[in-house]
Design a protein around this ligand. Structure first.
Ligand SMILES: Nc1ncnc2c1ncn2[C@@H]1O[C@H](COP(=O)(O)OP(=O)(O)OP(=O)(O)O)[C@@H](O)[C@H]1O
Ligand SMILES: [Mg+2]
Length: 502
C-alpha cells in the first residue's frame, strides 16, 4: 500500500481487541494486518517466565496457562496505586497496555515502515486520570502520541468519511459504542465538516465481558447442580469456561440455541442455552445501556426524534438484543454501515492525518469538537455546614477547549492554601476522583480582608487539564503542572520504556 510520507496512524486500544489503521495515498483509512494476518489483535498478554506473548497466541492459551494470562487491563487504568504482580514483578496498568501497543506498533512497522507518531483512542467516558495513563502507555511503547481521541467521535468521523462528508452533513447521530469492556454514548452533530459532540455519557465498566461473565456463572451453576463441583475452582477450567462463554455468546448472535461442552474438571457436561434465556440473564446490563442512551439524548437537549441515525459501534452491538432495544427506543433502524470493529481505528487514522496536515500548515478537511465527560472542580467548604463540598468549575458536557475560573476567599490568618482537584458529579468530594493537588505557600499576612485566590482551569481539546492559581492583589502565581496522584515519575516512565521496547 502506498501511503503518506509520515504515516497517519490511528490505534484503537480496546479492552478485548485492538486495531490499527493508516491513511493510504488517497487519504483513505486502511486497517493494517497484524503478524498473524488478522485485522484485530486480542488485547491479551501471556506471561511465561520472562517472556511476554501478546495477542492471539496468548488468547488461545487460556485453557492451559490461565494463571499467566492478563487481560481487560484497560479497565484497571487510573486505579489508585494498582499494580499487577506477575512472577515477582509489579506491573502498573500503563506498562501492561504498553506491551500491547508495542506489538501493534511492531507489526505495523513491518508493513508500513518505521513511524513514531500515532493517535490513540479512549472511551469518551474516560476521566482525566485515565486519559493521562493512556498517553503514558503510548510513551512506554515508544509512540509519540499525537492526540488521544474519544472512540465514539472517531467512529462518527469514520461514518462521515464513508458517507462522504456532504451526505452526512446536517446529521445528528447517536453513537452507541458497546465494546468488550466499556460502554460509551455520544451525540455528534456533523455539519460543514465539523464533528461536534453535544453530549456524552457511559460506563467504563460495562461491556461484552460482563455478558460473558453471566454465562460463566450460569454454566458453572449448571455444572455444580449436576456434579456438585465448582469448575471455577480450577484455573484452567475457569479459563475454559470463559472461552466457552464467549463462544456461546457469539453463536447466540446468529442462532436461537447453542450447546456447549464443558470438559472439566472431572466429567464432561453438555449445556444448552437459548437466545431468550441469555437475554433474560443479561437484561439488566442491556437496561443500563438503554437508560444511559436516553439520558444522553436529554443531556444534549434533544429528543429521540431529533436523532437522524443511531450508529452501532463495538463488537457487542452484534448481539441482537442491542438493535432490538435501540429500534424500540429510537423508533428507527440502527445503522451498521461501518465495520463495528474497525470504525474507531479508521476515525483515529483520519484524525491523525488531519493533525499531521495541520502541523505542516496544510488545510484540513474537517474539525472536531468534544465535550468533557465529567465535571471538574476543587474541594471547597460548605459555608453553612463547614463540611467539604465539591466546588464545580467546569460542568460536564461543556464544549472543549475551555478556560474557566472560580474565586475562593482567603481567611485572614491563612498562610498557605492546598487546592485539591477533583473530577466527578457528586457534591461530596469523597465520592469524586482526586486528580491531584497544588499548594500555594507564603501568603502575606497583611492582605486586606476578603482577599481571594483565583483558580483557573484550562481543559484542552484532548480532555487534559491545566491548572493556574493566583492570589489576587499579590504576585503569587502558580502556573505549573499540578502534582498528580498516582502517576509515574519520568525516571519510572523511562525505565519501563526501555524495558518494554527492548
Ligand atoms: N458476534 C458477536 N456476538 C456478540 N458479541 C460479540 C460478537 N463479536 C464480538 N463480540 C464481542 O465484542 C466485544 C469486543 O468488541 P470490541 O472489539 O469493539 O471491544 P474493545 O474495543 O476491545 O473494547 P472497548 O471498546 O470496550 O475497550 C467482545 O466482548 C466480543 O465478545
Ligand atoms: Mg472499542
Amino acid at each position: 500500500m502506498s501511503q503518506r510520507k509520515i504515516p497517519a496512524v490511528g490505534i484503537d486500544l480496546g479492552t478485548t481487541y485492538s486495531a490499527v489503521a493508516v491513511l493510504d495515498d488517497k487519504d483513505c483509512p486502511q486497517t493494517l494486518l497484524n503478524a498473524e494476518s488478522e485485522r484485530t489483535t486480542p488485547s491479551v498478554l501471556l506471561f511465561d517466565g520472562q517472556n511476554v506473548v501478546v495477542g492471539k497466541l496468548a488468547e488461545s492459551s487460556k485453557n492451559t496457562h490461565f494463571e499467566g494470562i492478563v487481560e481487560y487491563t484497560k479497565r484497571d487504568l487510573g486505579k489508585r496505586s494498582y499494580h499487577k504482580h506477575i512472577e515477582g514483578v509489579e506491573y502498573p496498568p500503563e506498562a501492561l497496555l504498553a506491551f500491547i501497543l508495542n506489538k501493534l506498533k511492531k507489526d505495523s512497522v513491518a508493513q508500513i515502515g518505521d513511524f513514531t507518531k500515532a493517535v490513540i483512542t479512549v472511551p469518551a467516558y474516560f476521566d482525566e486520570v485515565r486519559r493521562k495513563a493512556t498517553q503514558d502507555a503510548g510513551y512506554l511503547a515508544g509512540i509519540e502520541v499525537l492526540d488521544i481521541i474519544n472512540e465514539p467521535t472517531a467512529a462518527a468521523i469514520a461514518y462521515g468519511y464513508e458517507k462522504s462528508n456532504d451526505q452526512a452533513d446536517g446529521e445528528t447521530v447517536l453513537v452507541y459504542d458497546l465494546g468488550g469492556g466499556t460502554f460509551d454514548v455520544s451525540i455528534v452533530r456533523i455539519e460543514s465538516g465539523q464533528y461536534r459532540a453535544l453530549a456524552t455519557d457511559g460506563d467504563v465498566k460495562l461491556g461484552g465481558v460482563d455478558w460473558d461473565e453471566r454465562l460463566v456463572t450460569y454454566f458453572a451453576e449448571q455444572y455444580m447442580s449436576t456434579y456438585n463441583l465448582d469448575p471455577r475452582d480450577d484455573p484452567n477450567s475457569l479459563g475454559q469456561l470463559w472461552r466457552i462463554a464467549k463462544h456461546a455468546k457469539h453463536t447466540l448472535s446468529d442462532e436461537d440455541v447453542c450447546t456447549v461442552e464443558l470438559e472439566s474438571p472431572l466429567q464432561a457436561l453438555s449445556i444448552t442455552i437459548t437466545q431468550e434465556e441469555f437475554a433474560s440473564l443479561t437484561a439488566d446490563l442491556l437496561e443500563r445501556t438503554r437508560f444511559t442512551a436516553s439520558q444522553t439524548v436529554k443531556a444534549a437537549g434533544l429528543s429521540w426524534n431529533d436523532i437522524d441515525h443511531v450508529l452501532l459501534v463495538g463488537g457487542s452491538t452484534r448481539m441482537p438484543s442491542v438493535s432490538t432495544m435501540l429500534r424500540e427506543e429510537s423508533g428507527a433502524e440502527p445503522k451498521r454501515s461501518i465495520s463495528p470493529d474497525e470504525a474507531v481505528a479508521h476515525g483515529a487514522a483520519l484524525h491523525a492525518g488531519r493533525l499531521l496536515d495541520k502541523q505542516r500548515g496544510r488545510k484540513t478537511k474537517f474539525t472536531v469538537q468534544n465535550v468533557n465527560s465529567h465535571t471538574l472542580g476543587v474541594v471547597g467548604v460548605d459555608p453553612s455546614t463547614k463540611r467539604p463540598r465539591t466546588a464545580r468549575i467546569i460542568p460536564r458536557n461543556t464544549g472543549l477547549p475551555i478556560t474557566a475560573k472560580r474565586e475562593f476567599k482567603i481567611r485572614p490568618d491563612q498562610q498557605s492554601i492546598k487546592i485539591e482537584i477533583v473530577e466527578g458529579e457528586s457534591r461530596s468530594p469523597d465520592a469524586c476522583q482526586l486528580i491531584g493537588a497544588c499548594m500555594i505557600r507564603g501568603i502575606p499576612a497583611d492582605l486586606p480582608a476578603q482577599s481571594a485566590v483565583e483558580v483557573f482551569f484550562k481543559y484542552r481539546e484532548d480532555g487534559r487539564l491545566q491548572v493556574k492559581v493566583r492570589v489576587k492583589g499579590t504576585d503569587i502565581i502558580l502556573d505549573s503542572e499540578f502534582l498528580r496522584e498516582n502517576t509515574m515519575t519520568q525516571e519510572q516512565l523511562d525505565a519501563w520504556r526501555d524495558y518494554i521496547t527492548g
